[in-house]
Design a protein around this ligand. Sequence first.
Ligand code: SOE
Length: 381
Amino acid sequence: MSPLEPAQPPVPGADERVGVAVVGGGFMATVHSRAARAARARLVGLASSSPERATDAASRLGFDRAYASLDELLADDAVDVVHVTTPNALHPAQAEAALAAGKHVVCEKPLATTPDDAARLAAFVAPGGAAAGRTATVPFVYRYHPMVREARARVRSGEAGTVLTWHGSYLQDWLLTSADDDWRVDPDTGGRSRAFADIGSHLVDLLEFVTGDRVRRVAATKRTFLPERARHRAVETEDAVAVTLETDGGAVGALLVSQVAPGRKNRLHLEIAGTGESLAFDQEQPETLWVGRRAGTTIVPRDADQLAPDAARLVTVPAGHAQGYQDAFDGFVADTYAAVRGAAPEGLPRFADGLRAARVTEAVMDAADAGAWIDVPGGER
Ligand code: SOE
């Protein structure tokens, strides 16, 4: 890896379009590219695992050109922001190379497969780091559902009261059978944790984001129900994990994360109970927030006129017209590019948040392996 040299970050002028390149050509490259286009960026080019794949993905996703290599991409002065959408194990080297080349970076989660690598990346862009001032974000995109912001605003205003309990689950079924396979299954490409790093990290990020509280320690149990898959004969990464937790603020919580839950496609559900009200959000029903009080319950609709300002600003289509996953991604990418231009958008998930997720993930895996409570190191947010 090349050493980082201090460099002035490229800041496009107000009337210039942000120049974007993507590394990777899979599902997430498609989602990132759509969001970049929605934010009126210029889709400059794309690099993938081979020149042929890059050519195919660049033309499919509407980029001006394909690059034969990451080095070629990084040498292109027309690129202001690099989106890293490759398998997890490649993130640290590619994100670091992009920062060293003077680019702003959006790096898919997990930011890195070890806390040490995530800490190194976060330190580069922290004040005093070699790439300080550069925008470096991680797509914890569920923060960009307006109803998540509404829940957060109700905690921040005191309306929800003191938060007593957290519970939540993130359930999928795309890895349900031994015929289902993916690079995430293999620790060499995906990292030590699969289900928790891939989706449990979203759940904890959201709970910490909404409550402003932090996980202090965890106990966990995990299972690999399918030890053999189509291309992987000795699977070690977890299909499911259950976590009990305590927070700095004195709340207790329980979480279930599974990629083998039939019928659940992408069901993130979280609920917090405060002394004033309970708040529940379901990613498969993102148009509403359930608010429970002892005197009765309310279903709050995604109607900008009824929401807190930070929630209302993310409403992009009128009430009654569905707004979902890609819209959340679009909001995240739009805020990233606003930060590139010098703004400080509220709640933008940055590399420090990627480091936080890496630390929580490591603690959950350690707790499951040891059968003991494990403290989550803090201090980076
Ligand atoms: C696959 O599990 C996946 O695409 C995750 O990698 C994303 O982070 C999540 O948003 C949807 O599911």
